[in-house]
Design a protein. Sequence first.
Length: 370
Amino acid sequence: MMFLRIQLFILLFITALSGCSLKNQKNPVTSESSLPQENTAAANERFHLTPTLDSYAPRKNSYNFYLTYKTDHPWWDAVALGIEDAVKQFENRGIYISYDYTAPKKMSALDQINRIENAAATKNYDVIGVDVADINKVTPVINKLIDGGQKVMTFSSSDSGKENGCKRIAYVGNTHNYQDGKLLAESLCEKLNYRGKIAMLVGNHGAPCHEDRARGAKEIFSKYPEIQLIDEQYDEDIEQKAYDFTVEFIKKYPDLQGIICCNMSNSVGAGRAVLESGMAGKIIISGMDHDRRALEYLRDGVIYALALQDCYAIGFDTITTAVKIADGLLPGKDYPEITEETTLIFFQKDAQWLLRSLYGATEQVKNNED
């Protein structure tokens, strides 16, 4: 774990943006037609149920899982917290779960393919879980492993479902990245009074979550004739690349008025570049997730809006689902084929509460709100 190892963070994501991680949400994302400028109260209403294991009695007393995600990045540390809590709760019931949780330093579909093929070859894992790096490249390999008798699920932020011809057994995670992109774009357009020039930082080519958010955002931008998307760059979910692209945006487009960021790293990189340029509050940023620096930028008015995903619930529900898959239970009958997790958008007035809840921060909100 990195900077997310703090007790208050655990408390927040135990209670979860969804209210309860085991509850399948029908409306997992705030409506784009209603964008409150403060979501603290809405979140507080949901932060009152601690996720616990359901009544299912596992058929074995030990399991071994292999879980691989797109890249070594603090976002997945929050997912790991949920994984570990589920493991501990099973242990309290006399069920022992071991797992490997691995990722490359830089996203690579080839690296992911090698990892899951090697894991399957050992025949040591009850279930292999994949946070899909590239649908087109990884899906055929998942299908090959399934055909060979390996149980494979997808999890976290990126699925490859039946619509892609994928045979994966189940998915746990964000099912609404497209809607999240629309939500962020709507918040940005509203702030700009539906006119202005906008640049976009996407993330990784082929990563379903990044690409879907970008597509959702473009749908919203296309609705408003006076909104112009003037540039779009793939930063590979690397903060420094997002910073460098944003510096280029600012130099190239002196009339740039907004930036939309489709992952956690580019929210931080864009925020840093805008702050250093002296354009904070003049270039409006809508971005993703819970990096502490991004939340500080939200507090200070550098970032206008952040959409936070329920990472903790993703990890918790991945383990509970993997146990049922290992036991041969059927998706859609004994547990959901797709477990949806929540995203909620936050604004400047929420920032101090988020910093306190996630990181124990006690700084005072700066007086630079609109």
